[in-house]
Design a protein around this ligand. Structure first.
Ligand SMILES: NC(=O)c1ccc[n+]([C@@H]2O[C@H](COP(=O)([O-])OP(=O)(O)OC[C@H]3O[C@@H](n4cnc5c(N)ncnc54)[C@H](OP(=O)(O)O)[C@@H]3O)[C@@H](O)[C@H]2O)c1
Length: 261
């Protein structure tokens, strides 16, 4: 099925790995023009090479969420090399599990900056350009724990809750300009980020990585992790005109893990 995203200009932050990379792959197959961002240059160049094989026009830029100036640079380079921005996917980030009582304020600041300030700053700048063109769509890659917070992840869930509120408020703010804002709430996906977490967990509990993976996977009703493609497919749909009446929605892709109505 084609979503008619041919030639659309897409920014995917964190498009060099895991869910972001898989999302970029699907947009490539649609012949979109894609800016992928990350911090690791080697990873970024490798991703560009792979994605170009799928037919997309790919640009890259090194951008760190901890630096607001980098967000400005993403927009400048995208507009200069690809054209006006049609789609923004705020995906870059990492998980922040940890004991609330031993979390230092310096880490709270990092979490708030990476989870809220930088994606919202980027979104603010992109939306003001979209408003002038009266077209565009923004997607936040969030997590089900933003909606159903867990005690192992107090700070990330707290910051993430802000993104859910922002999605709702922004969707109403810009809807009359023909722009949609939505969030995807991820369960557990098999990505480098999750694999890294499994290794830490395995080392901590003196079990193998495979045992840790099986244990975590069994916590999902499906008994398995999600494939990054299963999240990317929703991003592609939400970005397309097929989702023209979906706005301000917080949509879980979690194999049934979240239970609230
Ligand atoms: N996988 C899951 O189960 C899951 C669940 C809930 C939410 N999420 C969220 O979904 C998003 C994608 O996760 P993933 O599992 O695909 O992770 P991943 O494979 O580790 O990819 C993360 C991407 O974000 C970039 N990134 C990370 N920290 C960054 C920073 N401070 N500044 C700029 N770029 C940064 C990485 O680039 P570099 O490596 O170059 O820094 C990479 O391109 C993340 O926001 C994550 O928190 C994932």
């Amino acid at each position: 099925m084609s979503y008619n995203l041919d030639g659309k200009v897409v920014i995917i932050t964190g498009g060099t790995s895991g869910i972001g990379l898989e999302t970029a792959r699907l947009f490539s197959k649609e012949s979109s023009k894609i800016m992928i961002t990350g911090r690791n240059i080697e990873k970024m160049e490798k991703a560009k090479e792979v994605l170009e094989e799928d037919g997309g026009k790919i640009e890259t830029i090194s951008a760190d969420l901890s630096n607001l100036e980098d967000m400005d640079k993403i927009i400048e380079k995208t507009e200069k090399n690809l054209g006006p921005i049609d789609i923004l996917i705020n995906n870059a980030g990492r998980s922040y599990p940890g004991d609330f009582f031993t979390t230092e304020p310096k880490l709270w600041e990092e979490i708030l900056k990476n989870r809220i300030t930088s994606p919202l700053y980027l979104t603010q700048k992109v939306l003001s350009k979209m408003i002038r063109r009266k077209t565009g769509t923004v997607i936040f890659m969030g997590a089900v724990i933003y909606k159903e917070p867990i005690p192992e992840n107090v700070m990330a869930a707290t910051a993430g809750g802000g993104i859910l509120s922002a999605t709702k408020a922004l969707a109403r703010l810009v809807a009359s300009n023909g722009i949609r804002v939505n969030a995807i709430l991820l369960g557990q996906f098999d990505t480098p980020m999750v694999r890294k977490g499994l290794k830490t967990y395995a080392d901590l509990h003196s079990i193998s990585e495979e045992e840790a993976a099986n244990l975590r996977a069994s916590q999902n009703p499906t008994g398995r992790f999600g494939d990054p493609k299963e999240a990317a497919q929703l991003a592609l749909f939400l970005a397309s005109e097929s989702a023209s009446y979906i706005n301000g929605s917080l949509i879980p892709v979690d194999g049934g893990r979240s239970w609230s109505i």
